[in-house]
Design a protein. Sequence first.
Length: 217
Amino acid sequence: MPNSELPKRKRGRPSLSQTLDLNDILVAALEVFSEKGYDGAQLKDVAQKVGVTNPLISYRFENKEDLWKKAMSYLGERLVERFEHIQSYYVDLKGTTALRAYARQYIYFLAENPPLYKIVFQEMGQDNWRSQFLIEQVFSPVIWFGEKSIEDPTEDLKEFKTIPRANFISIIMGASSGFFMLAHLLKSQYGTEVFSKDQIEQHAEVVNDLIFKQFES
């Protein structure tokens, strides 16, 4: 046999690792769920997007619910890793400076992962197992970083702490994602390419200044 000839594949069902990286499937699933919604999405849609057979997806995931949960957990873990990096690398950040850093990274994360804000828009207005899963597995861990910064006894947070927490969370999350959700409108009306690096950075700066500048000396 010539050295260049490929070895024959072993008999039996191929393992997921032999054919496709698990993360590739999770990323594809996020795109499918964000485009079609949970009810409209099917496992075969994910298989088609990544170019594998339906049985391979079914072999790795119990059902659509299992795939949805694993995909959202994957996204949530990556977001928490971003915040953990800020916390560990910029150990001296406190008060509104820390909140600015978290808000900036959240905005960049949304720009890089559009399925997050699309799925949040689909699910968080409902009281069901998916919204509860998002709260527990994605947003509660993220909100913890902000809460820790707000509780810091820094002077520039004295007035800031008078804002009801529910209002603050809704404002920061709405302002962060609204820019990308309205991409087509903003391009049509103002020629703004919201996913360009300059516009993402400008949006982060504007959101931070509008929310935090008034509380900074």
